[in-house]
Ligand binder design. Structure first.
Ligand code: BF8
Length: 675
């Protein structure tokens, strides 16, 4: 190495592994990457600082007279805020427009995922597709009425079951119609508690169709259109509801119908799931259309036998990001890591292929893959990479299994090309994942009395203080997984049961929080007792980020079970995304707020440069929706705010006093409701 190069490398800013992540496997692989001279997101976060104006949400680049940047004066605003862009746009308008465009992008990403699923489902219903089937006909029949699809017919005055294939076809057509129907409103909105639906309807905020609400945001935030931040936020609500109660909910529904509704299963998590003597295939991205087929191909005898012929003991699949969560929930395939660990899976030197589709995929994967034997395969027509070492195999649902086998075979053939220096961290943790609205119901009451009564009873009697939804990404601007784990541990310590999705779910799994045994170690006595009795972990993994729709429906089930108010906003519940980074998270945040949930984000929010707009989100929205936004960088402060909110709701319900621990019956719950 030349002296100059050595000097440059010495002076290059790299991340301190311990400061970058709480996870020993991540620290080890980051050190390894640095030894090999490979930069990762952690190093880039040290050398590249975020724009101080963009981070406050007050840079407008929606026309070529700008970008107009309106930083908050260091001394703050005294008196009238006179900042304005060339057209006169105020900081409120600029921050609201930027915020709305994040909602649009997030809602588009989730909903387009849902559209792909609906299209595949239509091809299944039309019997045009040999590789995908309907694995959960019961779920199909259960959801059909929500889409206005009858499951029975009247024949000669008699009610008879309708032909199943006919129901499936009508459901597919109606579901796909939700993206572009010319009139009406989204059908799933009526699955919300009635007062919530009625409020949206009265305010004129029910989404008309999914695509339209996203297009509306892009129009409205064009230069010179909507200049009232309150009106822009109304549109954010429509588009975000079109995500949570629309595209995401349809994705979850139809994925369950085609691939099976998740039920609890055991698996593992972290980079240590990779095996030196196996062909390792990492699946990364979001849409289970691809990953379901790769799982089926990799588990086929043909492929396993082929792997053995080249000297491997078998095929080890692993997931990264939400596609990892999808195949975890339904097949027990272990996640190899969260969003921030994607480059590190390749740095092990044991990743024979990384297969990606859409969303949360680093372009730098191609540069890291170049340093190893790893085949990096893009599969989606919408998501290609410019680097020449990337292989594109376009995945087509009409010959899905053939495509999947081609990819798996490529990984197997690549096994022999591994370099000598493979380094797989040892760390992996056991987890119980695979929860869903349906499986929680079953777990809480068994097949005889399956329902949410048990949960409500234990919230009312105080064993469980409340419910938290903790979700979302990692963000390289904060220490990997630290806020996730501190927050979740603090919540369960205070008897708050946690529902998780996305990268928070993977982070909790890596920390060993997704086992029933965890309850005795980390939970307060009330929650521990419930978890031990029922046999569930205190943190329930509900899947990927589109599966946040499961949290909405679980909250609705809690309302229905009685005793805790009539609306989601009445529940002793709160939501958080402590390490968010994605535009999808903003869409999720807005639909939770608009559904009545107090929702806290960590890291930073691009609204702080517009204090009036920020105050609107953080305070005023509560009067409209019952939910509101908040920001807390410190996870302990975040937990304290969530718990204070939960206690406020308990007080409003009259269940804040210590109660005798009795099993409530329906009459008791009704008394409480009328109290
Ligand atoms: O949809 S939590 S980093 S993987 S965006 Fe991405 Fe965020 Fe992870 Fe999944 Ni969700």
């Amino acid at each position: 190495m030349s002296e100059v190069k050595a000097k440059v490398e010495k002076e290059a800013k790299v991340a301190d592994p311990v400061a970058a992540s709480i996870d020993p496997a991540t620290q080890q692989m980051l050190r390894r990457a640095q030894e090999l001279g490979i930069d990762t997101v952690f190093d880039r976060a040290v050398s590249l600082k975020p724009c101080n104006i963009g981070i406050q949400g007050i840079c407008c680049k929606n026309c070529a007279m700008g970008p107009c940047r309106l930083p908050l004066p260091k001394s703050g605003i005294e008196g009238e805020d006179t900042r304005k862009g060339l057209c006169g746009a105020t900081p409120n308008t600029i921050a609201a427009r930027n915020f709305a465009r994040m909602v649009a992008a997030g809602a588009a990403a989730h909903s387009d995922h849902g559209r792909s699923v609906a299209e595949v489902f239509l091809s299944v219903a039309r019997k045009e597709n040999k590789d995908y089937t309907i694995k959960d006909p019961e779920k199909l029949l259960a959801i059909a009425p929500h889409y206005g699809v009858a499951t029975t017919v009247e024949v000669d005055g008699e009610t008879r079951d309708r032909d199943f294939d006919e129901i499936a076809l009508e459901l597919a057509e109606v579901a796909l119609g939700e993206w572009g129907k010319p009139e009406g409103q989204l059908l799933n909105l009526k699955r919300a508690p009635q007062p919530l639906y009625e409020r949206w309807n009265k305010m004129g905020e029910c989404p008309r169709n999914i695509d339209r609400e996203i297009v509306d945001i892009m129009h409205r935030t064009h230069m010179g259109v909507d200049q009232d931040y309150k009106n822009i936020i109304k549109q954010c609500t429509r588009a975000s509801l079109a995500d949570g109660w629309g595209g995401s909910m349809i994705a979850t529904d139809l994925q369950d119908v085609m691939f099976g509704t998740p039920y609890p299963l055991q698996s593992e998590a972290n980079l240590g799931i990779m095996k030196e003597d196996h062909v390792n295939i990492i699946i990364h991205g979001h849409e289970p259309i691809l990953s379901e087929m790769i799982v089926a191909a990799a588990q086929s005898k043909e492929m396993i036998d082929y792997a053995k012929t080249i000297g491997a003991k078998g095929i080890q699949l692993g997931g990264i990001c939400c596609t990892g969560n999808e195949i975890l929930q339904r097949h027990g395939v272990p996640p190899a890591g969260t969003f921030l660990q994607q480059e590190l899976a390749i740095v092990t030197g044991a990743c024979d292929a990384m297969v990606v589709d859409v969303q949360c995929v680093f372009q730098n994967l191609a540069n890291v893959a170049k340093c190893f034997h790893t085949k990096l395969v893009t599969t989606h027509p919408m998501a290609r990479m410019e680097q020449d070492n990337v292989i594109h195999i376009e995945f087509d649902e009409h010959h899905a299994m053939d495509d999947a086998k081609r990819i798996v075979k490529m990984a197997i053939d690549n096994f022999k090309n591994r370099g000598a220096e493979v380094m797989i961290p040892k760390q992996k943790a056991t987890q119980i994942a695979g929860f869903s609205v349906e499986s929680i119901k079953y777990h809480l009451g068994g097949s005889f009395r399956g329902d949410y009564f048990t949960l409500n009873d234990n919230i009312i009697n105080g064993r469980i203080r409340g419910i938290a939804g903790v979700v979302g990404c990692n963000n390289a601007r904060t220490r990997h997984n630290e806020a996730h784990i501190i927050l979740v541990k603090e919540l369960i310590k205070n008897d708050v049961i946690v529902l998780t999705t996305g990268c928070n779910g993977i982070a909790c799994a890596m920390e060993g929080l997704l086992t029933p045994e965890t309850a005795g170690v980390f939970c307060g006595p009330g929650l521990a007792e419930v978890c031990e009795t029922v046999g569930i972990p205190p943190v329930l993994h509900l899947g990927s980020c589109v599966d946040n729709s499961r949290i909405l429906l679980a909250a609705t089930e809690v309302v229905k079970a009685g005793g805790l108010g009539k609306d989601i906003q009445d529940l002793p519940a709160a939501g958080a995304a402590p390490e968010w980074m994605s535009e999808k998270a903003i869409s999720i945040g807005q639909y939770f707020v608009a559904s009545g949930v107090y929702t806290l984000f960590g890291v930073s929010l691009p609204v702080t440069g517009a204090p009036v707009f920020q105050n609107y989100l953080f305070n005023e929205l509560e009067k409209i929706y019952g939910g509101k936004w908040d920001l807390a960088v410190d996870p302990l402060e975040m937990a304290a705010k969530m718990i204070a909110h939960i206690d406020k709701k308990r007080k409003a319900l009259g269940i804040d006093k210590a109660r005798e621990r009795v099993l409530m019956d329906m009459a008791d719950r009704q008394k409480l409701e009328t109290a």
